[in-house]
Design a binder for this molecule. Structure first.
Ligand code: UD1
Length: 420
């Protein structure tokens, strides 16, 4: 099994180009199931979750061609339309549930194995299923599969989410674009990835308005066509590198970013004393003085992203003073706490709140990655630690960070992958 070894202590310095957003690429790749026309998607990150999604498309008899960072998707003339998403594919990532919307929209039925993915909470899919029901689908669970069937077709309606789930917002958009009449999502997720999906759906001929706000209106159309699109930059990857600069007292330039998508994080880092300058699609970060502790609460966009909570925790553990973190999105997203303690972190957990007392230094340790962002936090801790850190179960990192060691090495980190 591959592992990553880090000799900590180097200050990161230089430039890093941010990859396309994983969380944007996945729903957009699933959207290609809504058409038989050719599709070109640029700036797709080379990640295991993307490869899993391409396997889905191949299983659905789509041909996928990779040219650099672009993915072309084609349908064969004699394509048979499968409505089943098997366990072997779905178990690899939770986002597989996004196959359900396009299949239901086109075939009026979808049998999808219950999703797996990161171990960061219960992660039910009740909001998705409730919405499919309102659109006219019957739902049953049999043999580990969720079966949806819209016997009399799908009809637009008003759907009021109890929580602005990112995946459920995307799934409803992916379904309602081909439903009869108008669908309104109230309390929709506002993440930039939702807006990116709406841009794509509209390029395909859909009529989606309001994406990026709490109310999204989708007027159903009969048919969707091909599109060309470039995926937005990955704001979570960008935030990880900004925090990497902060934790190593470094100085880096991030290229190909949308600074506005990082506002909640950069605002907190500035309050903490980090120098950050934003220019069009570039961010310059420089550590100039010891940081002040800052407490955060995660929330839906534009709040502080839950996907940056673990990395933030690693940083605050090394900032003199006390801070706290409240995790409002997932109920069990503190698996990295036990591993950070192995570096010497002083953290206590009570329910959804973590209290941190900054320590002077971390010492390198063997640690285990439990999910994508927990893994990123452990890499950051390893970069700042004295001595050697070895990370195991790094396949989680390969799901979400493109060329992680290469990019870190180019910034001066002493990091390498090896096979145990
Ligand atoms: C997406 C992101 C993930 C990010 C998360 C929150 C992708 C591929 N993944 O995940 O990186 O951490 O948004 O920003 O885009 N919930 C329910 N019932 C549901 C759906 C969700 O109770 O039917 C709960 C979840 O258990 C969780 C919260 O809602 O506590 C947020 O989940 P959701 O926004 O759906 O996240 P994902 O789409 O899975």
């Amino acid at each position: 099994m591959d592992k990553i070894m880090i000799h900590g202590g180097s200050k990161l310095k230089g430039e890093v180009t941010i990859s396309g957003s994983k969380n944007s690429a996945l729903p957009i790749l699933f959207a290609t199931l809504l058409t038989d026309d050719p599709v070109v998607i640029k700036n797709v990150p080379s990640l295991d979750d993307v490869r899993t999604t391409l396997l889905f498309l191949n299983f659905m008899e789509k041909e996928t061609v990779k040219r650099g960072n672009a993915i072309e998707v084609y349908s064969s003339d004699n394509r048979t339309y499968k409505h089943i998403a098997p366990y072997d594919l779905v178990k690899k990532m939770r986002a597989s549930i996004l196959v359900m919307g396009p299949l239901l929209a086109r075939l009026k039925k979808a049998d999808v194995s219950l999703p797996g993915g990161c171990a960061i909470g219960a992660r039910p899919i009740d909001i998705h299923l409730e919405a499919f029901k309102k659109l006219g689908a019957e739902i049953s669970v049999e043999g580990g599969y969720v079966k949806t069937f819209a016997k009399s077709g799908l009809r637009g309606t008003i759907i009021n989410f109890r929580f602005p789930s990112v995946g459920a917002t995307e799934n409803v958009m992916l379904t309602a674009v081909l439903a009869e009449g108008e669908t309104t999502i109230i309390n929709a997720a506002c993440e930039p990835e939702i807006e990116d999906l709406a841009v794509v759906l509209n390029k395909m001929g859909a009529k989606v308005t309001g994406a990026g706000t709490k109310n999204i209106v989708i007027e159903g159309v009969n048919k969707l066509h091909g599109f060309k699109h470039e995926i937005i930059p990955d704001r979570i990857e960008a935030a990880t590198y900004i925090i990497a600069a902060a934790i190593t007292k470094g100085e880096i330039i991030l290229r190909k970013v949308i600074p506005q998508h990082l506002k909640s994080i950069n605002d907190k880092l500035r309050k903490s004393g980090l120098y950050i300058k934003e220019l069009d699609n570039t961010i310059y970060v420089k550590w100039v003085k010891n940081l002040y502790p800052q407490s955060i609460k995660t929330g839906v966009y534009p709040g502080f992203p839950t996907d940056v909570q673990a990395q933030w925790m690693a940083l605050m553990c090394l900032v003199n003073g006390r801070s706290s973190i409240k995790e409002n999105v997932f109920e069990n997203r503190f698996l990295h706490v036990a591993e950070l303690r192995r570096f010497g972190a002083d953290i206590s957990v009570g329910g959804r709140v973590v209290n941190i007392k900054g320590v002077k230094k971390f010492s390198g340790a063997p640690v285990m990655v439990s999910d994508i962002r927990a893994g990123a936090a452990l890499v950051l801790a390893g970069l700042a630690a004295c001595g050697t850190t070895t990370l195991s179960r790094i396949y989680h990192l390969d799901r979400g960070y493109e060329m992680f060691e290469k990019k870190l090495k180019e910034l001066g980190a002493d990091v390498r992958r090896f096979c145990d």
